[in-house]
Ligand binder design. Structure first.
Ligand code: NCD
Length: 338
């Protein structure tokens, strides 16, 4: 699909009062909306830095619809929904009637008839969550848990929350590098959009030209390309490493994983070029010895597991806010207040 066709008008995500009712993509959302998600997520930690539970979604039903594999995202959405006291149903798509020829539309309408309030959707087709929100189930809050190579907005927000919590610096004052397979990564695309919206002025994309997306030069003046890893990570505050998305690569972009590690693998020597307090992130699943060395992944600058915990808080925030936005749209707002 051409990039232009993927552009999601922000209006579909917002209700008539400008609040979130679906969460499909970062693009088109304001700094105020992103900050509200971050602040709400932060409010789900107590003074001891532990995640809290509450009853914001009591009596509501969240359905996890994962048409593509996932460990962290599916589980943390489930954990988040349960912490908000929602009922959670994990739909086993591989065993559902879509395998008997039922259309996606019919499957979704049947699930809607089972009193779903929120669908969390992961799909290998870019645009799937947008299509469902716009054309199939507009009255259900649709949360995009990753669509093809297009967007992964909750991953971007958990990355932003991690940066905010771990660095305590302003986005405008940081240099942030994203390394690796930018071309096939929905995480990279959503991270860049979130960083730009939150005011980061120095976003560095480190990759070979073969792993850059079509139209990369239009990302904006705040996004710079570095082919050479050593140049790109110098004096960085944050490094985000990415997995090579082999499942989305149809023609060879690299000679081998060993070659990639030699050119772009994050090791001690390279990390030493960044600021001494630079944090290292990875959305997972991680391929040790390809994009990152184990000594870094398990080292003192790694915040990779903090990302996972922050993912629960961010997903709690997005579930609660989108539910609130849907109820507000339908004139039922007194039912819930985040
Ligand atoms: C990412 C994804 O699925 O897009 N992972 C995740 O959600 N934690 C990145 C990846 O698969 O490499």
């Amino acid at each position: 699909m051409h990039l232009a066709a993927l552009h999601t008008p922000s209006q579909i995500q917002l209700n008539k009062d400008g609040n979130l009712k679906h969460f499909i993509t970062i693009e088109g959302l304001s700094k105020q909306t992103l900050t509200k998600i971050l602040d709400t997520a932060q409010s789900f930690f107590n003074d001891q830095n532990q995640l809290i539970t509450n009853n914001l979604l009591e009596g509501r039903t969240v359905m996890n619809l994962f048409f593509e594999n996932s460990t962290r995202t599916r589980t943390t959405f489930e954990a988040a929904a349960k912490r908000l006291s929602a009922n959670v149903l994990n739909i086993d798509i591989a065993r559902s009637s879509t395998s008997k020829g039922e259309t996606l539309r019919d499957t979704l309408w049947n699930l809607e008839a089972m009193a779903a309030d929120i669908f969390v959707v992961r799909h290998s087709s870019s645009g799937a969550a947008h299509f469902i929100a716009k054309d199939v189930c507009p009255n259900i809050a649709i949360i995009n848990a990753g669509d093809g190579r297009h967007a992964h907005p909750t991953q971007a927000m958990l990355d932003m929350l991690t940066i905010r919590r771990e660095t305590k610096k302003d986005f405008a004052d940081m240099s942030i590098a994203i390394i690796g397979d930018i071309k096939h990564s929905r995480v990279a695309r959503s991270d860049v959009a979130a960083l730009q919206t939150l005011g980061c002025k120095d976003i560095r994309v480190i990759a070979p030209n073969t792993l850059l997306p079509f139209g990369f030069e239009e990302y904006g003046a705040d996004v710079r390309l570095f082919n050479k890893m050593e140049d790109g990570i110098r004096d960085c505050d944050v490094i985000i490493t990415l997995r090579i998305q082999n499942e989305r690569i149809d023609s060879p972009a690299l000679s081998s994983p060993a070659e990639f590690y030699k050119m772009y693998g994050l090791n001690k020597e390279r990390l030493a070029l960044a600021k001494p307090d630079c944090i290292v992130m990875h959305p997972g699943p991680m391929n040790r010895g390809v994009e990152i060395d184990s000594s870094i992944a398990d080292g003192p600058q790694s915040v990779i597991l903090n990302q996972v915990t922050n993912g629960i808080a961010v997903r709690m925030a997005v579930l609660a806010l989108a539910m609130q936005g849907q109820l507000q749209e339908q004139g039922l707002i007194e039912a819930i207040a985040v």
